[in-house]
Design a binder for this molecule. Structure first.
Ligand SMILES: C[S@@+](CC[C@H](N)C(=O)[O-])C[C@H]1O[C@@H](n2cnc3c(N)ncnc32)[C@H](O)[C@@H]1O
Length: 272
Protein backbone atom coordinates (compact mmCIF):
# COMPACT_ATOMS: atom_id res chain seq x y z
CA UNK A 1 0.00 0.00 0.00
CA UNK A 2 1.32 3.50 -0.74
CA UNK A 3 1.32 6.22 1.92
CA UNK A 4 -1.46 7.98 0.00
CA UNK A 5 -3.58 4.80 -0.06
CA UNK A 6 -2.97 4.21 3.66
CA UNK A 7 -4.07 7.76 4.46
CA UNK A 8 -7.14 7.41 2.21
CA UNK A 9 -8.07 4.20 4.03
CA UNK A 10 -7.82 6.02 7.35
CA UNK A 11 -10.08 8.91 6.28
CA UNK A 12 -13.35 7.25 7.44
CA UNK A 13 -12.03 7.10 11.03
CA UNK A 14 -11.34 10.84 11.08
CA UNK A 15 -14.15 12.58 12.97
CA UNK A 16 -15.75 15.81 11.78
CA UNK A 17 -15.08 18.97 13.76
CA UNK A 18 -18.54 20.53 13.85
CA UNK A 19 -19.41 24.23 14.20
CA UNK A 20 -19.75 25.11 17.89
CA UNK A 21 -17.53 22.21 18.97
CA UNK A 22 -14.07 22.35 20.58
CA UNK A 23 -11.28 19.82 20.14
CA UNK A 24 -8.59 19.90 22.81
CA UNK A 25 -5.61 18.28 21.11
CA UNK A 26 -1.98 17.51 21.87
CA UNK A 27 0.51 18.48 19.16
CA UNK A 28 3.44 16.44 20.50
CA UNK A 29 6.83 17.96 21.31
CA UNK A 30 7.47 19.77 18.02
CA UNK A 31 8.32 17.36 15.21
CA UNK A 32 5.34 17.22 12.81
CA UNK A 33 5.88 13.46 12.60
CA UNK A 34 4.62 13.17 16.19
CA UNK A 35 1.18 14.55 15.31
CA UNK A 36 -1.72 12.12 15.46
CA UNK A 37 -4.14 11.69 12.59
CA UNK A 38 -6.87 13.31 14.69
CA UNK A 39 -4.70 16.35 15.50
CA UNK A 40 -4.00 16.82 11.76
CA UNK A 41 -7.73 16.50 11.09
CA UNK A 42 -8.39 19.19 13.72
CA UNK A 43 -5.87 21.53 12.08
CA UNK A 44 -7.37 20.94 8.65
CA UNK A 45 -10.94 21.67 9.78
CA UNK A 46 -10.67 24.38 12.46
CA UNK A 47 -11.85 27.95 11.86
CA UNK A 48 -9.82 29.10 14.86
CA UNK A 49 -6.76 27.53 16.46
CA UNK A 50 -5.88 28.66 19.99
CA UNK A 51 -2.34 27.39 20.48
CA UNK A 52 0.28 27.19 23.20
CA UNK A 53 3.63 28.96 22.84
CA UNK A 54 5.42 25.62 22.43
CA UNK A 55 3.42 24.48 19.38
CA UNK A 56 5.90 24.66 16.49
CA UNK A 57 5.52 26.75 13.35
CA UNK A 58 5.73 23.58 11.25
CA UNK A 59 2.65 22.23 13.03
CA UNK A 60 0.67 25.49 12.76
CA UNK A 61 1.46 25.62 9.04
CA UNK A 62 -0.95 22.68 8.62
CA UNK A 63 -3.98 24.82 9.55
CA UNK A 64 -6.24 25.84 6.68
CA UNK A 65 -5.11 29.16 5.17
CA UNK A 66 -8.17 31.12 6.31
CA UNK A 67 -8.05 29.79 9.88
CA UNK A 68 -7.38 32.32 12.62
CA UNK A 69 -4.30 31.41 14.70
CA UNK A 70 -4.51 32.77 18.24
CA UNK A 71 -1.52 32.46 20.61
CA UNK A 72 -2.96 31.43 23.97
CA UNK A 73 0.03 30.04 25.74
CA UNK A 74 1.49 30.07 29.17
CA UNK A 75 5.26 30.29 29.35
CA UNK A 76 7.19 30.46 32.61
CA UNK A 77 8.52 33.92 33.40
CA UNK A 78 6.89 35.61 30.42
CA UNK A 79 3.67 37.55 30.00
CA UNK A 80 1.09 34.95 29.12
CA UNK A 81 -2.66 34.63 28.81
CA UNK A 82 -4.49 34.02 32.07
CA UNK A 83 -5.99 30.55 32.29
CA UNK A 84 -9.49 31.89 32.93
CA UNK A 85 -9.19 34.13 29.83
CA UNK A 86 -8.15 31.13 27.71
CA UNK A 87 -11.05 29.01 28.96
CA UNK A 88 -13.51 31.88 28.47
CA UNK A 89 -12.13 32.37 24.93
CA UNK A 90 -12.78 28.72 24.05
CA UNK A 91 -16.36 28.97 25.28
CA UNK A 92 -16.95 32.27 23.42
CA UNK A 93 -15.52 30.96 20.11
CA UNK A 94 -17.68 27.82 20.33
CA UNK A 95 -20.80 29.85 21.16
CA UNK A 96 -20.08 31.98 18.09
CA UNK A 97 -20.52 28.79 16.05
CA UNK A 98 -16.90 28.36 15.03
CA UNK A 99 -14.98 25.09 14.73
CA UNK A 100 -12.45 25.46 17.53
CA UNK A 101 -9.13 23.68 17.95
CA UNK A 102 -7.30 24.17 21.24
CA UNK A 103 -3.79 22.94 20.46
CA UNK A 104 -1.31 22.24 23.24
CA UNK A 105 2.27 21.02 23.20
CA UNK A 106 2.79 17.35 24.04
CA UNK A 107 -0.29 15.77 25.60
CA UNK A 108 -3.08 18.14 26.68
CA UNK A 109 -3.47 16.48 30.08
CA UNK A 110 0.23 16.35 31.09
CA UNK A 111 1.37 19.49 32.93
CA UNK A 112 -0.72 21.51 30.51
CA UNK A 113 -3.86 22.66 32.32
CA UNK A 114 -5.98 20.73 29.83
CA UNK A 115 -8.04 19.43 32.75
CA UNK A 116 -9.04 22.96 33.73
CA UNK A 117 -10.06 23.81 30.17
CA UNK A 118 -12.17 20.68 29.82
CA UNK A 119 -13.91 21.47 33.13
CA UNK A 120 -14.75 24.94 31.81
CA UNK A 121 -16.15 23.49 28.57
CA UNK A 122 -18.18 20.88 30.45
CA UNK A 123 -19.56 23.52 32.84
CA UNK A 124 -20.55 25.72 29.89
CA UNK A 125 -22.23 22.79 28.09
CA UNK A 126 -19.93 23.04 25.04
CA UNK A 127 -19.47 19.78 23.09
CA UNK A 128 -15.80 18.80 23.04
CA UNK A 129 -13.37 16.03 22.19
CA UNK A 130 -9.97 15.36 23.80
CA UNK A 131 -7.23 14.21 21.43
CA UNK A 132 -4.21 12.67 23.21
CA UNK A 133 -0.74 13.73 22.11
CA UNK A 134 2.77 12.41 22.53
CA UNK A 135 4.11 13.88 25.75
CA UNK A 136 7.62 15.40 25.66
CA UNK A 137 8.80 13.19 28.53
CA UNK A 138 8.32 10.07 26.42
CA UNK A 139 8.95 11.28 22.86
CA UNK A 140 11.90 13.39 24.02
CA UNK A 141 13.58 10.44 25.73
CA UNK A 142 13.14 8.19 22.70
CA UNK A 143 14.50 10.91 20.40
CA UNK A 144 17.56 11.19 22.68
CA UNK A 145 18.14 7.39 22.57
CA UNK A 146 17.24 6.98 26.23
CA UNK A 147 14.75 4.14 26.79
CA UNK A 148 12.10 5.18 29.32
CA UNK A 149 12.23 1.68 30.80
CA UNK A 150 15.01 -0.85 30.48
CA UNK A 151 14.83 -4.38 31.88
CA UNK A 152 17.35 -4.72 34.68
CA UNK A 153 17.50 -0.95 35.26
CA UNK A 154 14.07 0.40 36.23
CA UNK A 155 10.57 -0.79 37.03
CA UNK A 156 8.95 2.62 37.15
CA UNK A 157 9.54 6.11 35.84
CA UNK A 158 8.60 9.36 37.54
CA UNK A 159 7.35 12.37 35.59
CA UNK A 160 7.63 15.46 37.76
CA UNK A 161 7.43 19.20 37.31
CA UNK A 162 10.17 21.45 38.64
CA UNK A 163 7.66 24.28 38.86
CA UNK A 164 7.28 25.33 42.50
CA UNK A 165 10.44 23.47 43.57
CA UNK A 166 11.66 26.49 45.53
CA UNK A 167 8.37 27.14 47.28
CA UNK A 168 8.09 25.77 50.82
CA UNK A 169 4.41 25.06 50.35
CA UNK A 170 4.11 23.78 46.77
CA UNK A 171 7.33 21.79 46.59
CA UNK A 172 7.42 18.04 46.07
CA UNK A 173 9.19 15.81 48.57
CA UNK A 174 12.33 15.34 46.44
CA UNK A 175 14.16 13.49 49.23
CA UNK A 176 11.39 10.86 49.36
CA UNK A 177 11.41 10.57 45.56
CA UNK A 178 15.17 9.98 45.62
CA UNK A 179 14.64 7.02 47.95
CA UNK A 180 12.51 5.21 45.33
CA UNK A 181 15.61 4.60 43.20
CA UNK A 182 13.69 5.09 39.94
CA UNK A 183 14.51 7.53 37.12
CA UNK A 184 12.99 10.99 37.18
CA UNK A 185 11.99 12.96 34.08
CA UNK A 186 11.69 16.60 34.95
CA UNK A 187 9.48 19.01 33.02
CA UNK A 188 9.96 22.77 33.57
CA UNK A 189 12.92 22.01 35.80
CA UNK A 190 15.86 23.81 34.17
CA UNK A 191 15.66 26.95 36.31
CA UNK A 192 15.34 25.07 39.56
CA UNK A 193 17.61 22.11 38.90
CA UNK A 194 20.23 23.37 41.37
CA UNK A 195 17.80 23.12 44.29
CA UNK A 196 16.24 19.89 43.03
CA UNK A 197 19.60 18.14 42.52
CA UNK A 198 20.75 19.15 46.03
CA UNK A 199 17.57 17.77 47.56
CA UNK A 200 17.76 14.52 45.56
CA UNK A 201 21.35 14.01 46.77
CA UNK A 202 20.23 14.78 50.33
CA UNK A 203 17.63 12.02 49.85
CA UNK A 204 20.34 9.53 48.95
CA UNK A 205 20.73 9.75 45.16
CA UNK A 206 24.44 9.35 44.34
CA UNK A 207 26.19 12.48 43.05
CA UNK A 208 27.56 10.46 40.10
CA UNK A 209 24.14 9.19 39.00
CA UNK A 210 23.89 9.82 35.22
CA UNK A 211 21.75 12.75 34.16
CA UNK A 212 20.91 14.37 30.82
CA UNK A 213 19.63 17.73 29.65
CA UNK A 214 17.54 17.49 26.47
CA UNK A 215 16.76 20.79 24.76
CA UNK A 216 14.27 21.17 21.90
CA UNK A 217 13.51 17.45 21.90
CA UNK A 218 12.45 15.97 18.51
CA UNK A 219 13.15 19.27 16.71
CA UNK A 220 15.95 19.92 14.22
CA UNK A 221 17.77 21.98 16.91
CA UNK A 222 17.63 19.16 19.52
CA UNK A 223 20.69 18.92 21.79
CA UNK A 224 21.47 16.30 24.43
CA UNK A 225 24.09 16.85 27.15
CA UNK A 226 24.99 13.91 29.36
CA UNK A 227 26.59 14.44 32.77
CA UNK A 228 25.79 13.41 36.35
CA UNK A 229 23.48 14.61 39.09
CA UNK A 230 26.15 16.72 40.78
CA UNK A 231 26.95 18.61 37.57
CA UNK A 232 23.58 18.75 35.79
CA UNK A 233 22.78 22.30 37.04
CA UNK A 234 26.02 23.54 35.47
CA UNK A 235 24.93 22.33 32.02
CA UNK A 236 21.96 24.72 31.90
CA UNK A 237 23.13 27.88 30.15
CA UNK A 238 21.42 31.25 30.28
CA UNK A 239 20.45 31.19 26.61
CA UNK A 240 18.73 27.85 27.17
CA UNK A 241 15.70 29.56 28.69
CA UNK A 242 14.36 30.08 25.17
CA UNK A 243 14.40 26.33 24.52
CA UNK A 244 12.04 23.83 26.12
CA UNK A 245 14.09 21.56 28.36
CA UNK A 246 13.73 18.10 29.87
CA UNK A 247 16.07 16.74 32.52
CA UNK A 248 16.42 12.99 32.97
CA UNK A 249 18.08 11.58 36.08
CA UNK A 250 18.84 7.88 36.42
CA UNK A 251 20.79 4.94 35.06
CA UNK A 252 18.59 4.72 31.93
CA UNK A 253 20.71 7.68 30.68
CA UNK A 254 23.73 5.32 30.28
CA UNK A 255 21.85 3.55 27.49
CA UNK A 256 22.39 6.52 25.17
CA UNK A 257 26.19 6.10 25.20
CA UNK A 258 25.92 2.31 24.92
CA UNK A 259 23.70 2.58 21.84
CA UNK A 260 25.59 5.43 20.15
CA UNK A 261 28.99 3.74 20.77
CA UNK A 262 27.79 0.58 19.05
CA UNK A 263 26.41 2.61 16.16
CA UNK A 264 29.69 4.50 15.66
CA UNK A 265 31.79 1.32 15.91
CA UNK A 266 29.67 -0.29 13.20
CA UNK A 267 29.63 2.96 11.16
CA UNK A 268 25.93 2.28 10.98
CA UNK A 269 23.46 4.82 9.71
CA UNK A 270 20.68 5.66 12.14
CA UNK A 271 17.78 7.69 10.92
CA UNK A 272 16.19 9.95 13.49
C1 LIG B 1 3.76 23.44 30.27
S1 LIG B 1 4.69 21.98 30.05
C2 LIG B 1 3.69 21.18 28.85
C3 LIG B 1 4.00 19.72 28.69
C4 LIG B 1 3.23 19.08 27.56
N1 LIG B 1 1.81 19.13 27.80
C5 LIG B 1 3.68 17.65 27.27
O1 LIG B 1 2.89 16.73 27.47
O2 LIG B 1 4.80 17.48 26.82
C6 LIG B 1 6.05 22.57 29.11
C7 LIG B 1 7.33 21.81 29.42
O3 LIG B 1 7.35 20.57 28.71
C8 LIG B 1 8.67 20.25 28.34
N2 LIG B 1 8.74 20.21 26.87
C9 LIG B 1 7.75 20.38 25.99
N3 LIG B 1 8.18 20.25 24.72
C10 LIG B 1 9.50 19.98 24.81
C11 LIG B 1 10.53 19.74 23.84
N4 LIG B 1 10.29 19.74 22.53
N5 LIG B 1 11.78 19.51 24.31
C12 LIG B 1 12.06 19.50 25.63
N6 LIG B 1 11.13 19.72 26.57
C13 LIG B 1 9.87 19.95 26.18
C14 LIG B 1 9.56 21.35 28.91
O4 LIG B 1 9.99 20.97 30.20
C15 LIG B 1 8.59 22.51 28.97
O5 LIG B 1 8.99 23.51 29.90
Amino acid sequence: MTIEEALRRLMPVVPELLPGHVWLAGAGPGDVGQLTLHAIAGLAQADVVLHDALVSEAVLALAKPEAELVPAGKRCGRPSSEQTTISAGLVAEARAGRRVLRLKGGDPFVFGRGGEEVLALAEAGIPFRVIPGMTAGLAGLAAAMIPATMRGINQAIIFATGHGAESQHASLNWEAMASLGQPIVLYMGARRIGTIARRLMAGGMPADLPAALILDATRAEQTVTVTDLEHIAGTVGEGDEESPALIVIGRIVTMRARITDLISQAKQEVLF
